[in-house]
Write a protein that binds this ligand. Structure first.
Ligand code: GTP
Ligand code: MG
Length: 197
């Protein structure tokens, strides 16, 4: 956490910058890269190519007086890349675990990712569950309530998203930024009352 500009003669509020490492996990083709592409570039590609290894992108959002900079690791969902995942979630402050609402097996896979994160990632990691492809309502196989109940019971943020229509994509990243920021403040206050972020 850095603070930009100490003295502000013009009286404007200081802008704090918080940097968070965020990782996206989930089965192949659930739309991880598409969510990142939508969030970072505002675009969608019907023919998005499968990710090899992982991809890195960065994007910032503003929360009140704080700029939250996400360093995003978009991992590959193919099983053969599973062993690389710890490299990306290690030290991450936030994770988005994605499933496809039209494919129940991807919801089961998401639950396995959540378990792995809870066992092996940082104990303070903020985990969000994204039920993606909500635009394909007629093909829905995972009910909203089912995922919502699971998320509540497990202590996760939950949103249904559509990288295609942009529904809830910015909202999801904003909610994660807010939670990560609050958690960081809380932890810092716990460690030392004199630090701010
Ligand atoms: P891997 O990199 O193989 O792990 O896949 P991924 O999870 O990154 O999925 P990707 O973003 O490559 O998307 C897979 C396919 O789903 C692509 O054809 C996308 O265009 C499509 N897709 C992604 N998100 C959505 C969505 O919200 N709605 C619809 N209808 N299609 C989507
Ligand atoms: Mg991908």
């Amino acid at each position: 956490m850095a603070t930009r500009g100490s003295a502000r003669p013009n009286g404007l509020a200081q802008t704090k910058i918080c940097q968070f490492k965020l990782v996206l996990l989930g089965d192949m083709a659930v739309g991880k890269s598409s969510l990142v592409l939508r969030f970072v570039k505002g675009q969608f590609d019907e023919f998005q190519e499968t990710t090899i290894g992982a991809a890195f992108l960065a994007q910032s959002v503003c929360l009140d007086d704080t700029t939250v900079k996400f360093e995003i690791w978009d991992t590959a969902g193919q099983e053969r890349y599973h062993s690389l995942a710890p490299m990306y979630y290690r030290g991450a402050q936030a994770a988005i675990v994605v499933f496809d609402i039209t494919k129940p097996e991807t919801f089961e896979r998401a639950k396995a990712w959540v378990k792995e994160l809870q066992r092996q990632a940082s104990p303070n990691i903020v985990i969000a569950l994204a039920g993606n492809k909500s635009d394909l309502a007629e093909k829905r196989m995972v009910e909203y309530e089912e995922a919502q109940t699971y998320a509540e019971d497990t202590g996760l943020l939950f949103m249904e998203t559509s990288a295609k229509t942009a529904m809830n994509v910015n909202e999801l990243f904003l909610a994660i930024g807010k939670h990560s920021h609050e958690r960081k403040l809380h932890l810092t206050q716990f460690k030392s009352a004199s630090q701010t972020c």
